[in-house]
Design a binder for this molecule. Structure first.
Ligand SMILES: *Cc1c(COP(=O)(O)O)cnc(C)c1O
Length: 379
């Protein structure tokens, strides 16, 4: 999903915080500041709990983009005396890819692993890419376009054995699949609030304390957040993220059950539509995402024909530029196939009626567009 609506329970918690709290969480010498501080620390514990971390290991950021930047640049700059090599994949979010590209300009060497046709990176490929000067492996848990789940525990085990730091972009997995930074041997983990029914503009980076991971800060100032990220904390935003993560933890099983029911209904409805294929692994994927290729249909034309649906080709971050999805190209689709693909999301607030409507709209549009397509005649 490119984003999610804010859960009404999160809105209430944020409104209460915004109207009742005006203290600075860093000012603990008076009651107002202490109240804000307590709210921030409760939220920190709520976020930590979802990933099995200590509250002290959570650093607030403006979102997952900043968390990815802080993790990757922070490690690269702090440990550059030890090496200059970073391993990542071609199908990461731009927040990781562009950060790595920036480091490459500064002399770091980046290996971009190619996924298999199922969208996953083989553990053997990671092992083969490791060098003596490898500092960091950065891999996403769940891909934002195709929804595939990487076996993060296996990568974490390998990284720990080789004494290499391991960063995970978990913006799409938090609240969707279990996350455990201890069991998975994760050193740094990026989180976003607005992918989990929380507000935009707030996120967090988990930074392991035992054994301690060091980072060079990107934003300098009053030394907030243990010196990792200075600046007055946005109390109400943080309260919203904390509430969203507490709900995600309590309702993950229910949310996933709901998504599965909607997805199965959708798949049953479209099963008679010919030449539809699923992009990415059918087994290792989150239940709230489908990425389907409707062969011989132009994706942009399809989206135009579906004005009532919040579907997209590629991801929101790239569709602004109308570029063909590098993720779909990366898993081996042709440009035409990538352009014929749609991402469909099944969220907490999506209803069966909406899915029913979406399925019949898609069937109608695909059938109509194919009837007009010279590509389809050749079939
Ligand atoms: C959305 C997303 C981001 C960016 O998060 P923001 O909070 O919007 O900065 C990074 N990585 C992945 C995988 C995402 O889905």
């Amino acid at each position: 999903m490119a984003t999610t609506p804010v859960d009404p329970r999160v809105v209430s918690a944020m409104q209460a915080s915004l109207s009742n709290t005006f203290g600075n969480p860093a000012s603990v010498t008076h009651g107002f500041g202490t109240d804000a501080r307590e709210q921030v620390e409760l939220a920190r514990a709520q976020v930590a709990e979802l990933i099995n971390a200590e509250p002290k290991e959570i650093i607030w950021t403006s979102g997952a983009t900043e968390a990815d930047n802080l993790a990757i640049k922070g490690v690269a700059h702090f440990y550059q005396h030890k090496g200059k090599h970073i391993i990542t994949s071609q199908t990461e979010h731009k927040a990781v890819l562009d950060t790595c590209a920036q480091l490459a300009k500064q002399g770091f060497e980046i290996t971009y692993l190619t996924p298999n046709a199922d969208g996953l990176i083989a553990i053997e490929a990671i092992a083969a890419a490791i060098r003596d000067d490898t500092l960091l492996i950065s891999l996403m848990h769940v891909n934002n376009e195709i929804g595939v789940i990487q076996d993060i525990a296996a990568v974490g085990k390998l990284a720990r054995e080789k004494n290499i730091l391991f960063h995970v972009d978990a913006a799409q997995s938090a609240g969707k699949v279990p996350l455990n930074v201890e069991a998975m041997n994760i050193d740094l983990l990026s989180l976003a609030s607005h992918k989990v029914y929380g507000p935009k503009g707030i996120g967090a980076l988990y930074v392991r304390r035992r054994p301690r991971v060091r980072l060079e800060a990107m934003i300098h100032g009053g030394g907030h957040e243990q010196g990792f990220r200075s600046g007055t904390l946005p109390t109400h935003q943080i309260v919203g993220m904390g509430q969203a993560f507490a709900i995600a933890r309590d309702e993950m099983v229910q949310d996933q059950g709901h998504a599965q029911q909607l997805r199965e209904h959708f798949m049953t409805r479209i099963q008679d539509l010919p030449k539809v294929t699923m992009n990415g692994s059918a087994q290792h994927r989150v239940l709230n995402n489908l990425n389907l290729c409707f062969h011989c249909v132009d994706g942009e034309a399809l989206i135009m024909a579906l004005p009532n649906l919040a579907v997209s080709t590629g991801s929101a971050c790239n569709s602004a530029t109308m570029d063909v999805s590098y993720v779909l190209r990366g898993i081996g689709l042709s440009t035409a196939e990538a352009n014929s693909s749609l991402r469909i999301s099944f969220g907490r607030f999506t209803t069966l009626d909406e899915i029913e409507q979406a399925a019949s709209d898609i069937i109608d549009a695909v059938t109509r567009l194919r009837a007009m397509s010279p590509l389809w005649e050749d079939n």
